[in-house]
Design a protein around this ligand. Structure first.
Ligand code: ADP
Length: 981
């Protein structure tokens, strides 16, 4: 026993007996194991068994020590056992031993033992102590393989985590090197990337453990490159597979070996970063020890290499994307800045150009007004035409660039949609009618009328789209339709369309026409003119109005431009949709050859609860009338289109008037603007009611009411249906002005002065408008296309001679030279303001005019002093009673006329009496006298002189009407002035 252990006399045989008893249970029949038996066991054991003394030396080691670590038993017993423990684990080993000695047993302590060949092994220990004997009994097993596998897996996990978390390749590389080194307990790691330009590997990162001093190797590695096949990285690259070198200091293909030797680096391995079969780079690691190839590790590193390859690919793609996005963003910003700068430049320059342009146009105008030879006049006319074209272009440019530079602010004002749209069409109507094109406007009944938005810009869009439609259409029709697209609380989105039957637009051009300066066909510029800016401006305006614009078109068949725009709805209560009962079921015959017009008229009349029937020709209208008289279901009104093929409206009207069966049938003629003959022909046929196309709803309604000539109550109700009944309307001004900006300025100024404004864009339209309805004032531009202001004034004045009326006409002119005023006055104008119009000046001129009118007029129309004294000088009341009278007297007059026609003398007396009372309010002696004489005729019962008396009464009332209007006009002016002052 003693020799067997070769160490200890201290171990008593009884101890072994105890050991034996506890360790092996033997049947009592067998002999207990001998020392020899036990020795066999100890020799056989693969576990490392030992007995160590508290003095720090082994007392016994079994042969497994020798086979595992390579030292002889003698060597092991001759040195303190800590000498054989890995230096990094010595401290932990001492701590564990002292705890065992203190009485705690060990079951899971692990440490590394150095092998004779310089490598080390991991051992897992079970140990107990017998402190009274000063001995530790211990059994260890070699767990190196498990520990290595754990380390490899640890490395793989660590790398995977780095790859998942690192935001960039640059951040990932040092962490990958560190993770692999720390997990595997290697000291230095570096990463190499392929430099594709030079076909080399270049070190991009090196990491070493903090306890390692490898300055020279670090420097050398970072500054080196390797070609394929050279050194460790070059070999890995060539083989595209891991390479292991047990000791680099002895390797013939390791150029850094002298430095490695100096800094004690030995084992090394490298593996490729692979993307498919392509080597993107190489990782290499170094240990201070010489190490045998670890094939398991090398296998696993291949997987890590592919993982890193994919990561690099992803990162590079992301980097490229980021760079691309950055480039794109900066390109976009640059482009935006450039566009804005360009637009601002355009906006400024356009504005600057306008100033000298105005001078050029003004001076040319002035020159044209002087004595010139025919040749000179031709030249100046050419200059003027070009200057006007240029000004249009500049105005468009200014609009466009203002929008582009985001300098255009939309107005936010209350407006009446139907008026705005119908007025826009009215401006274009002459052009359409001259080409023989039907122009119609169809606004759905559910579209609200009282909106808030920018009516001027809305008109600009409509004028452009409808203007284009007319320009590019030779025959057929142009229809503006509006319906509700969507409705929310307090707002409405309108869907509008402008449809024509013109030349159409090829599919490939439909998208470009909304771009600035683009035209579907450049030859159109020559044929039709235009700058190619209109649609671009419209598209931008529509966008500002929260909508969009598009086109549908078929070449040769026509186009439809669709646009949406959003508007606020005015607070309710502004509009009453009252329809008088007597108009309900009113039978009306419509004769129009254009289907769209028929449909619109039918719909409008049906909305007013009338009973329209529409036919498509004059002959059909006459047939229908025949039928109606046969069945004794007469029509009250016939609406005749003046221009129909075969038999036009005027011929139909003639036939109707000759036929006594239709004596009660009222005729309303639909005439075309721009065809002044129409009005003359109407008048020739004694048709007093006519409406100019495109038909404006409010006017049609008024005309129907007037035509019916019904008793008063209904008329008042009827007129009230519209927002502003005619007689209660404010002062009416007609602005004749061709330039859109000036139109806007004048409109705003007159609106400020309390006028209701109607705008026309040339002299001819002004004449038509004055003939069609009454205005309190006409503001007339002098220089206008087609018919200028001077000619228009002359035409109005000669027309007025027939109607013994007089409308105030004020010239608005840029002519600023002496002599201009005289020219205007000579043409029949009443006053003169020069552009730019200033409110104050305009007020003064109007004031003067109304006062002079008053002093010029016959002294006995009204007695203003008595009148005012009667109402205590209260002008507010004065305005009220004048308004009431103006609303009321036409009905009284109509009653008188009706009674005369019916031979009803009592009726004549009653109505004249009432009228006399009303006129008496104004101390209007001559008018009172006229009414009184009519009353007398009625009372007498002899109506033979009634027609003559009626003429006198009518002309007195006309004078009174005009006088009273001027009176309230002046008093409104005072009010405005006061409010402003
Ligand atoms: P302009 O009419 O001043 O040239 P626009 O921007 O208003 O500029 O129109 C651009 C082009 O679109 C026109 O030149 C024309 O070729 C085409 N276009 C516009 N409206 C119509 C239409 N209703 N029918 C046919 N072509 C049209």
């Amino acid at each position: 026993m003693h020799e067997f252990l070769g160490c200890t006399k201290m171990i008593a045989s009884s101890e072994l007996d105890n050991l034996n008893r506890g360790a092996v249970s033997t049947p009592s029949s067998l002999n207990p194991p001998t020392d020899y038996d036990l020795r066999e066991f100890l020799d056989l054991s693969l576990n490392l068994l030992c007995i160590a003394g508290v003095d720090g030396y082994f007392k016994y080691v079994n042969p497994a020590w020798e086979t595992t670590l390579g030292y002889s038993q003698r060597e092991l017993l001759s040195r303190p056992y800590l000498d054989f423990v890995h230096p990094n684990d010595r401290e932990a080993t001492i701590a564990e031993a002292s705890q065992i000695v203190a009485g705690r047993s060990t079951i899971s302590f692990e440490n590394r033992y150095l092998c004779k060949d310089g490598s080390f092994k991991w051992l897992l220990w079970w140990a107990v102590a017998h402190p009274e004997r000063g001995l530790i009994y211990a059994a260890g097993i070699d767990c190196t393989d498990r520990k290595r596998e754990e380390a490899r897996l640890g490395a793989q996990h660590a790398v995977t985590r780095v790859l998942a978390e690192a935001p960039t390749l640059a951040k990932a590389t040092p962490r990958i090197l560190q993770a692999i080194c720390e997990s595997l307990d290697w000291s230095v790691g570096s990463i190499w990337r392929r430099d594709p330009k030079h076909s080399l590997l270049r070190c991009v990162e090196l990491w070493h453990s903090p306890s390692t001093e490898v300055k020279e190797f670090d420097w050398e590695t970072r500054s080196r490159t390797f070609a394929q096949g050279v050194g460790l990285p070059g070999r890995v690259w060539l083989q595209a597979a891991p390479v292991w070198i047990e000791d680099v200091t002895r390797d013939s293909n390791f150029p850094r070996s002298p430095i490695a030797a100096r800094e004690d680096l030995h084992a090394a391995f490298g593996f490729p970063i692979l993307l498919g079969t392509e080597v993107l780079g190489v990782l290499e690691f170094f240990s201070h020890k010489i190490q045998k190839p670890d094939t398991r590790l090398l296998e696993m590193l291949s997987a890590i290499g592919s993982q890193i390859g994919q990561f690099i690919e992803r990162m590079e793609a992301e980097d490229a994307l980021r760079v691309y996005a950055r480039d794109l963003e900066s390109a976009r910003t640059r482009a935006e800045q450039a566009t804005r700068a360009k637009s601002e430049f355009l906006a400024n320059i356009s504005h600057e150009i306008r100033t000298p342009m105005n001078a050029m146009i003004g001076m040319t105008e002035l020159a044209l007004g002087t004595r010139l030879t025919r040749e000179q006049r031709e030249y100046l006319n050419a200059i003027q035409n070009s200057a006007n074209t240029l000004l249009t272009l500049i105005n468009d440019l200014l609009d466009f660039s203002k929008i582009e530079a985001r300098k255009l602010q939309l107005e936010h004002v209350g407006f009446n949609l139907r008026d705005a749209l119908e007025d826009s069409l009215r401006v274009l109507a002459p052009r359409a009618h001259q080409k023989g094109i039907e122009l119609a406007c169809h606004i759905n009944n559910d579209v609200p009328d009282a909106l808030v938005g920018d009516p001027f810009r809305l008109r600009q869009i409509v004028v452009n789209l409808v203007g284009n439609a007319i320009k590019f259409t030779e025959r057929g029709e142009v229809v503006l339709s509006v319906q509700v697209g969507a409705r929310g609380s307090g707002y409405v989105q309108l869907r509008s369309s402008v449809t024509d039957t013109g030349i159409g637009i090829p599919a490939d051009k439909q998208s470009v026409i909304f771009e600035a300066f683009s035209q579907a066909d450049s030859s159109t510029t020559r044929r039709y003119g235009g700058t190619g800016l209109g649609l671009a401006i419209s598209a931008q305006l529509v966008e500002l109005m929260g909508g969009s614009i598009s086109v549908e078109s078929q070449p040769g068949r026509g186009s439809t431009f669709l646009f949406t725009a959003q508007f606020e709805i005015q607070k309710p209560g502004t509009e009453s949709l009252f329809t008088p009962r007597t108009l309900t079921d009113l039978p009306i015959l419509i004769a129009d050859d254009n289907a769209t017009n028929r449909r619109i008229l039918q719909e409008v009349l049906t909305n007013w609860r009338m009973r329209p029937i529409a036919v498509e020709s004059g002959a059909a209208a006459l047939d229908m009338l025949e039928d109606s008289s046969r069945t004794n279901r007469p029509f009250a009104i016939v609406l005749l289109d003046g221009h129909m093929p075969d038999m036009d409206g005027f011929s139909v009207a003639e036939r109707i008037q000759k036929d006594r069966r239709y004596a009660n049938l009222k005729i309303i003629m639909l005439t075309s603007a721009g065809l002044p003959d129409d009005v003359t022909r109407c008048r020739g046929l004694g048709i007093s009611e006519y409406v100019t196309k495109p038909v404006k709803q409010s006017e049609l309604f008024d005309v129907i009411i007037t035509a019916l000539d019904k008793p008063s109550i209904e008329k008042i109700h009827a007129s009230r249906r519209r927002k502003v009944p005619r007689s209660e309307r404010g002062l009416q001004v007609l602005i004749a002005e061709d330039n859109q900006v000036n139109q806007l300025v004048a409109t705003r100024i007159f609106e400020k002065l309390g006028y209701e404004v109607t705008v026309v864009s040339n002299g001819r339209e002004a004449v038509n408008a004055v003939q069609a309805r009454r205005f309190d004032l006409v503001a007339m531009d002098v220089q206008m296309p087609d018919m200028d202001g001077l000619e228009a004034t002359a035409a109005i004045r000669s027309w007025e001679k027939m109607t013994s009326s007089h409308t105030l006409i004020v010239a608005m002119t840029a002519h600023a030279m002496a002599g201009d005023r005289e020219r205007c006055l000579a043409a029949g104008m009443d006053g003169y303001v020069s552009k730019p119009i200033r409110i104050k000046e305009l007020q003064d001129v109007i004031d003067q005019l109304t006062q002079s009118e008053q002093s010029n007029s016959r002294a006995d129309v009204i007695d203003e002093v008595t009148l005012l004294a009667g109402i205590d000088g209260n002008r507010q009341i004065l305005r009220e009673i004048v308004r009431l009278f103006l609303a009321d007297y036409p009905q009284r007059l109509a009653e008188i006329k009706q009674a005369i026609r019916n031979g009803d003398a009592g009726g004549v007396a009653r109505a004249s009496h009432a009228l006399k009372g009303a006129v008496g309010n104004f101390a209007a002696q001559t008018a009172v006298a006229a009414a009184q004489s009519m009353e007398g005729i009625g009372k007498n019962g002899n109506l033979s002189s009634a027609e003559q008396a009626l003429l006198t009464l009518e002309s007195e009332l006309a004078l009174l009407d005009a006088r009273l209007r001027k009176l309230i006009m002046r008093s409104s002016m005072r009010k405005t002035k006061k409010a402003e002052g």
